[in-house]
Design a protein. Sequence first.
Length: 189
Amino acid sequence: MPSQEELDCLKEHLPYELCMLRHAYGRMLSPIPNSDRRTRLDWNMQAESFALHARNLKNFLANDAGKGNNNFVALDFVKGFKRRTPNKLSGAFQRLNQQMLHLGKQRRTETKDKFNIDDAKAILDWVDQSLKEFVAALPPELRSYWCEAVADPEASGSYGPTLSATNTVTSTGTMIGFIAPAPPPPTRK
């Protein structure tokens, strides 16, 4: 019998990671005017979000639970399931780690040496395919808990907080994968 935490992982947490990876990639495809610093910073923010979710999903698929073994991995759900990072993606993941996930000594300054949209596409394709294989390998009693709608950034429904016309954060729908909204700013006297 699966635990509530395992069921929550399948119906919410894991699909949310995939949703955010897909959404970040989609946002990274937006044109970037060279003269617009804010847009370039937005692209960097989206790439960093992509990096975070890519690493989480890679670690899940590769059964890398990290220190303390406090994280779910594919083996927790499917005996014998493990996806190794293909050799063709080792450079992309290395650039992602050096550039965004660590303040590393090997961090590059030349654009040609940095993590880019081609790296992101290759990683997204590998994660998408690997998770399809993972879901197909789930025992039938667990497969029904996988929630593809949560993994689809274009799915209808309201996930998370919204901002009203008066700039008040309100909560509508189900809060899937989001942290609680920040408290409103203090009023000025």
